[in-house]
Design a protein around this ligand. Structure first.
Ligand code: AHG
Ligand code: MN
Ligand code: MN
Ligand code: MN
Length: 281
């Protein structure tokens, strides 16, 4: 596992440099999710693939930017799924973006996720790794220095309501309204990594990417985005559920790019999701 974390750190150094120095623009191709690929999506994917390949413990990889999995080392123990550049469309407006990694054993499923990590490329570069605990590191002088163990409060104060409000189902509207009435501060940049990082670091709250009329199964992908953050939120003392109230890490994944509605947060806020979604206004 250590060699995989080291590969993630090397990737972070290279991608943070590429974000600043490489040219922007579109690659002129579409990924499996039907998204136009940015040059930086493809470059970040290539960097991570190169660095992960150096870890002999990896049997195969799967990427948001690749339609199929890629075989690595025959007798490797781990399967690594990653989103090479999350929120990539925010780079050209100079907002924070990230990379997300899920480390699995045997099969691609929530139950078999054994560790996860993400990198935030913002005013600073940070790394959060969740094996037993959720630990935060900051990049200083080319090295990742340990900062703190992340711990969510029972009840937080930030709300990232997710998705495009126009398509919210009434029960999601009612949930968001109830949090607004309780004085939660709205924090939504449209980048999953900084939006979830902020809630983790600032003591808690709720991040939602719900099912909507236009995307009933949500937009965020189980293997590359949802399961990795579900693990991190649980290791930080929080919860991560789907729209039926099930633990996200209990879900299977029948195809590499499968999505699910997802809610990540402190216990109090996740209980409210269950309350409003059970009512289904
Ligand atoms: P990606 O850039 O890897 O495709 O992911 C973007 C995701 C995620 O970062 C964010 O939470 C979500 O897109 C925002 O979606 P909307 O633009 O529909 O709000
Ligand atoms: Mn994308
Ligand atoms: Mn993403
Ligand atoms: Mn992405």
């Amino acid at each position: 596992m250590t060699e995989i974390i080291e590969a993630i750190k090397r990737s972070a150094l290279r991608i943070s440099k590429a974000i600043v120095e490489e040219e922007f623009g579109y690659e002129g191709s579409i990924n499996t999710c039907g998204e136009e690929q940015l040059k930086l999506d493809v470059l970040s994917d290539k960097i991570i693939e190169e660095e992960l390949f150096k870890a002999s413990s990896i049997k195969k990889i799967a990427s948001e930017e690749k339609s199929e999995e890629t075989q690595f080392h025959e007798d490797g123990k781990y399967l690594v799924a990653y989103d090479p550049l999350d929120g990539s469309s925010l780079v050209d407006v100079n907002l924070s973006v990230g990379s997300i990694f899920g480390i699995y054993e045997k099969t691609w499923s929530g139950k078999n996720l054994v560790a996860s990590a993400y990198i935030v490329y913002g005013p600073r570069v940070e790394l959060v790794v969740a094996t037993v605990k959720a630990e935060r590191f900051i990049l200083r002088n080319g090295e990742f220095e340990f900062m703190q163990e992340l711990q969510l409060e029972q009840k937080g104060k930030l709300n990232a309501p997710g998705a495009t409000q126009k398509y919210w189902y009434p029960h999601h509207k009612a949930l968001v309204e109830s949090l607004f009435q309780e004085g939660y501060r709205l924090r939504y940049s449209g980048g999953m990594v900084p939006d979830l990082h902020q809630i983790l670091v600032k003591g808690g709250g709720l991040f939602s990417y719900p099912g909507t009329e236009d995307k009933p199964q949500g937009k965020l992908r189980k293997l590359f985005e949802v399961f990795p953050f579900a693990n991190i939120y649980e290791k930080a003392g929080g919860e991560a559920i789907d729209a039926t109230g099930r633990r996200l890490l209990e879900l299977n994944c029948n195809s590499l790019h499968e999505t699910t509605p997802c809610f990540f947060g402190s216990h109090y806020e996740v209980a409210k999701v269950k309350e409003y979604y059970a009512k289904k206004a």
